[in-house]
Unconditional design. Structure first.
Lengths: 115, 114
C-alpha cells in the first residue's frame, strides 16, 4: 500500500508570493491533517479535514488555508508569504480521523523556503 | 489545556547502552499519549501509543514506554541502543475533542556513538 505522498518536496518562493502544497493520503483514509515544523516553534497543528470538511483549526493567521477533495486529497495554501513561513510542512492521514484509536501516517513533508 | 514537556533537547548514549527519553504531560482528562520518531529528511513515524489499555506499551524497534499517572510521565526506553536509533523523538498528546489534533513536545535529538 502506498504511503502518504506530498508534492512538491522542495519549494523556494519569495516574500509576498503564494504557494499551494498537495497531499495524497493513503488509499481509504478520509482524514488529512497538516502540521508546520520549524526550529523555533517545533511542530504545530494547522488544520484537519475529514470528508471534505474542516473539523479543526490551529492558531494560524487566515493566510493559511486548506481544502479537501472528494477523493480525500488535500491542498494547503499560504498567501502573501513571509520569511517566517519557511518550514517543513507535514501532512498526515488516518482512516477515521479519531486520533485516540486511529494511527496517523505522516508524509515526508514539503520543505518551503521563503526568500 | 493539554501539553507535553520533553526533558533534554539532546541525549547522547553509547551503542548498547540504555536509552531513556523523558516526557511529562499536563492534562485535565485521561490523556492519549504518543511517541513519534523522525529520521533526517523524513516525516514522522509512530513508535507507540498509550490509549489506557495497558500502562506498559511496547512499540516498534524495541522501544517501550510506561504510563505513570502519579508522575504524569510517559518516558520512552530501549534496553540497548543501536546506531540506527539516532534520530529526533517527539512525545505528543491528543487534544480533548480534537480528533486528530496532536500537540507535540519540543523533541529530543538522540545521538548514538560507537
Amino acid at each position: 500500500k502506498a504511503g502518504v505522498t506530498q508534492t512538491p518536496r522542495y519549494l523556494i518562493k519569495t516574500r509576498g508570493q503564494q504557494v499551494t502544497l498537495s497531499c495524497s493520503p493513503i488509499s481509504g483514509h478520509r482524514s488529512v491533517s497538516w502540521y508546520q515544523q520549524t526550529p523555533g516553534q517545533g511542530l504545530q497543528f494547522l488544520f484537519e479535514y475529514f470528508s471534505e470538511t474542516q473539523r479543526n483549526k490551529g492558531n494560524f493567521p487566515g493566510r493559511f488555508s486548506g481544502r479537501q477533495f472528494s477523493n480525500s486529497r488535500s491542498e494547503m495554501n499560504v498567501s502573501t508569504l513571509e520569511l517566517g513561513d519557511s518550514a517543513l510542512y507535514l501532512c498526515a492521514s488516518s482512516f477515521r480521523g479519531e486520533g485516540r484509536t486511529d494511527t496517523q501516517y505522516f508524509g515526508p513533508g514539503t520543505r518551503l523556503t521563503v526568500l | 489545556a493539554q501539553s507535553v514537556t520533553q526533558l533534554g533537547s539532546h541525549v547522547s548514549v553509547s551503542e548498547g547502552a540504555l536509552v531513556l527519553l523523558r516526557c511529562n504531560y499536563s492534562s485535565s482528562v485521561p490523556p492519549y499519549l504518543f511517541w513519534y520518531v523522525q529520521y533526517p529528511n523524513q516525516g514522522l513515524q509512530l513508535l507507540l501509543k498509550y490509549t489506557s489499555a495497558a500502562t506498559l506499551v511496547k512499540g516498534i524497534n524495541g522501544f517501550e514506554a510506561e504510563f505513570k499517572k502519579s508522575e504524569t510521565s510517559f518516558h520512552l526506553t530501549k534496553p540497548s541502543a543501536h546506531m540506527s536509533d539516532a534520530a529526533e523523538y517527539f512525545c505528543a498528546v491528543i487534544s480533548p475533542g480534537g480528533y486528530n489534533k496532536l500537540i507535540f513536545g519540543a523533541g529530543t535529538r538522540l545521538a548514538v556513538h560507537p
